[in-house]
Ligand binder design. Sequence first.
Ligand code: SF4
Ligand code: SF4
Length: 99
Amino acid sequence: MTTPTCGACRGACCELLVQVVREGSSSADYFDWARTRALAVLEGDQMVFQATCPLQTSHGLCAIYEDRPKACADFPPGHPLCLASIRLRRPSYAEELKL
Ligand code: SF4
Ligand code: SF4
């Protein structure tokens, strides 16, 4: 597998929100609601929702890259969540990378 680059990917991860929804921590109804609306369930309770960041530019880049939140900076290309984002939002790039 070739490591992805953000320039080629154009911000797949900036179009998604990963939320941990723990059954029992809120109502079971909410867990069911989340499961039916998630684009994907990564690992049991990690659910991926479509949610484009308002700071993503039309070119898929980050408008505040130098000052982006730590949560974004701590999420490097090749991270499992990066790869999951590419599979969901950039299938042709995922194919190119043989993900
Ligand atoms: S971290 Fe991964 S998913 Fe996010 S823009 Fe970079 S290559 Fe794409
Ligand atoms: S702040 Fe920047 S890096 Fe973070 S999700 Fe938004 S566009 Fe992406």
